[in-house]
Design a protein around this ligand. Structure first.
Ligand SMILES: Cc1ncc(COP(=O)(O)O)c(C=O)c1O
Length: 405
């Protein structure tokens, strides 16, 4: 508690009685095994990391292709830093938009095959910004039950009617769409690859429903861009769809691209409207120039080097086959995101701690990130994991299996 906050609290007497109340909320989080403490990673985001001086193998990073430490990304960032400095120091619409932003937006649009793109500082900001910019009261949003929190928050901010459909359940979605003809606009929004389950949205069916019921289709491909599809263009490419089948492409630079930024891609008019309307774009400082430059460099690499994806899928296959053979429940995972289902939050924390002491860093995911009773270890595979890294994982998981299951 800062002194400043306390003195304000004392001045306005209403604050003081609230403090014990807040403290009891914190204690409740601890009691329910929902408390989260940060651990400081003292190295780069590579498979071998150090925390508190202890060497660990990292199995919970979204740096799927290992690009976060790639020399080409570092070089691009340093060059941009030298030319443009460390901050944009203003909103993009005031004076914060610089050549690295223009370059990144046009490269991202070209990469995905859309007319235009807009860069937000993060993927979270992109989702929060785009939905209320287009959808408001009098409209309706159809949102997959397991969509990412940034989509949920964007939906809430829009003040539209929200209809949550059962996870990937096309029949349920259609039954909801049938009752929504009177709304001004209909938006269907889904993760491409689900962030906590690693399964893939049924995109061809969603595209058909969107057409049939005149709905806008938005796909959050944060975990698919760079990873899925022959050229790493994401879920639509994985299914052999045209980019134009999706009205609003959302993605993040901070996962397989190993960089940063949030992106909305689509028609030139759509992007122009978002640039003019989105509070999360207008009322924040534009992404730093060096971050733009490293993301652009990552786009070059993912297109040029299909070997990165081949290594990712090779490692994913080895890990999934071995863990399933050991008897672990990996749900419906189809990708590099591999949920190891545990169920109980307390047991999940205990297993994660046990693995930590065995030299494996694998984070336990608990409510509210996942529903009650569905806690899990969210394992994410990297193209840069070596056979030795995986062997250490299997030894530790075998020990955990004996001790906890
Ligand atoms: C599906 C999904 N969308 C959006 C985001 C937010 O992206 P960013 O990390 O760039 O803010 C995430 C991040 O975890 C995500 O998993």
């Amino acid at each position: 508690m800062s002194i400043k906050f306390l003195s304000i609290a004392v001045q306005y007497k209403w604050c003081i009685p609230m403090l014990p109340d807040l403290r009891s909320e914190l204690r409740a989080l601890q009691r329910q095994n929902r408390y989260r403490a940060v651990r400081c990673v003292e190295t780069c985001q590579e498979p071998r990391i150090r925390i508190d001086g202890r060497g660990l193998v990292l199995f919970c990073s979204n740096n799927y292709l290992g690009l976060a430490t790639h020399p080409a990304l570092k070089r691009a960032a340093v060059e941009a830093l030298n030319i443009y400095g460390s901050s944009t120091a203003a909103s993009a619409l005031i004076s914060g938009y610089m050549p690295p932003h223009a370059e990144l937006e046009s490269r991202m649009a070209r990469f995905l095959g859309t007319e235009a793109a807009i860069v937000f500082p993060t993927g979270y900001a992109a989702n929060l910004g785009v939905i209320p910019a287009l959808i408001n009261r009098g409209d309706i949003i159809f949102s997959d039950q397991l969509n990412h929190r940034s989509i949920i928050d964007g939906c809430r901010l829009s003040r539209a009617q929200i209809a949550v459909y059962r996870h990937c359940d096309i029949a349920h979605l259609e039954s909801l769409l049938k009752t929504a003809a009177s709304y001004r606009r209909r938006l269907i929004v889904t993760d491409g690859v689900f962030s906590m389950d690693g399964d893939i949205a049924p995109l061809p069916e969603l595209v058909s429903l969107a057409e049939q019921y005149e709905a806008i289709l938005m796909v959050d491909d944060a975990h698919a861009t760079g990873a899925l599809g022959p050229r790493g263009r994401g879920t639509f490419e994985y299914f052999g769809l045209s980019p134009h089948a999706i009205d609003i492409h959302m993605t993040s630079g901070s996962k397989a691209l190993g960089a940063s930024g949030g992106f909305i891609c689509g028609s030139a008019d759509l992007i122009a409207l978002i640039r003019n309307r989105s509070a999360a774009y207008i009322y924040t400082t534009a992404m730093p120039p060096d971050a733009c430059a490293s993301t652009t460099a990552a786009l070059d690499l993912v297109q040029r080097d299909a070997g990165l994806r081949q290594r990712l899928w090779r490692n994913t296959k080895i890990i999934c086959e071995r863990l399933r053979a050991m008897g672990f429940d990996l749900a419906q995972s189809q990708t590099q995101i591999v949920p190891v289902r545990v169920g109980d939050a307390q047991r999940t924390v205990a297993i994660s701690d046990d693995l930590y002491h065995r030299g494996i860093y694998l984070y336990g995911i608990r409510p509210p990130t996942v529903p009650e009773g569905q806690s899990r270890l969210r394992l994410s595979v990297m193209a840069t994991h070596t056979d030795e890294d995986m062997a250490r994982l299997f030894d530790a998981m075998a020990a955990v299996r004996r001790a906890f299951f």
